[in-house]
Design a protein around this ligand. Structure first.
Ligand code: NAD
Length: 245
């Protein structure tokens, strides 16, 4: 993507799946990247593969003071982020509405939703200006479909992220564009054992117009477009990357 060579793209949950693919696409576009994650081993593997244009830090994005502290280390340095990708997320334990566990409600809301507010707030105070400044949030088609059975809490957080994206786009215009991606079924570790089961994959594929799940690299391609000046007139939108589902 032309125009991202001076960018520093901060990716939360950057050690795995879609986040890692966005880190790799950002580096390939000439940008530098910062990956925050709770998975220390995943971050180390990512650092080893990506070289010195990637900086990593172990940060739990559901912890407001950890987020503020990690941003304080970047702010004012050559690694102050110009772009933010709020990607970290979990599905959480499958639960019926009648049995929702308050501790699990708090945990999923904190990791998937409060983290987006914490990281956005920290980014606004610690960022370095850039002509194509942008924030990208990871919603999901679950925001509209309600998600898989037992994942109402997950779907709720992804719907809230879509609403937040539209509100933030209005508030932060014209300085910063804010968009979201709504992936469908993408082959990453968040899907658990689904991709180890050929029967399940075939069943899922039959419900997708493009007849297959997507890859993290395909989501990253859409992410890089939304982050780049090629999307200069695009803000407040939720872009499906879902094979037509
Ligand atoms: P993944 O599990 O491969 O990656 C998520 C990463 O987030 C992991 O590295 C994990 O360690 C990290 N993380 C979890 N909790 C964290 C915390 N508290 N602080 C910091 N990092 C934390 O999953 P993925 O599929 O790459 O998911 C990335 C995003 O895409 C998520 O927000 C997910 O909801 C969304 N999404 C995924 C799919 C899919 O089918 N894979 C579909 C729609 C939306």
């Amino acid at each position: 993507s032309p125009g991202l060579t001076q960018a520093v793209i901060l990716v939360t949950g950057g050690a795995s799946g879609i986040g890692r693919a966005i880190v790799e696409a950002a580096l390939a576009s000439g940008a530098r990247a910062v990956a925050w994650d709770v998975d220390a081993a995943g971050l180390a593997a990512c650092a080893e593969a990506c070289g010195d244009r990637l900086r990593t830090a172990r940060v739990d994005v559901s912890d407001e003071s950890a987020v503020a502290g990690a941003m304080a280390e970047l702010a004012g340095s050559a690694w102050a982020p110009t772009h933010l990708v709020n990607n970290a997320g979990i599905i959480g334990r499958r639960m019926a509405l009648a049995e929702m566990d308050p501790a699990e409600i708090d945990r999923v809301l904190a990791v998937n939703l409060k983290s987006v507010l914490y990281c956005t707030r920290a980014f606004l105070s610690g960022r370095a200006p850039h002509p194509a400044a942008a924030i990208l949030n990871l919603s999901s088609i679950a925001a509209r479909t309600g998600g898989m059975p037992g994942n109402a809490l997950y779907a709720t957080t992804k719907g809230a992220i879509a609403s937040l994206t539209v509100a933030a786009a209005k508030e932060l215009a014209p300085a910063i564009r804010v968009n979201a991606l709504a992936p469908g079924v993408i082959d990453t570790p968040i899907q658990g054992d689904v991709f180890g089961d050929r029967g399940k994959v075939a069943e899922i594929a039959s419900s997708i117009p493009l007849r297959r799940p997507g890859t993290a690299a395909e989501v990253a391609a859409a992410a890089l477009w939304l982050l780049s000046p090629a999307a200069a007139y695009v803000t407040g939108t939720i872009v499906d990357v879902a094979g037509g589902r």
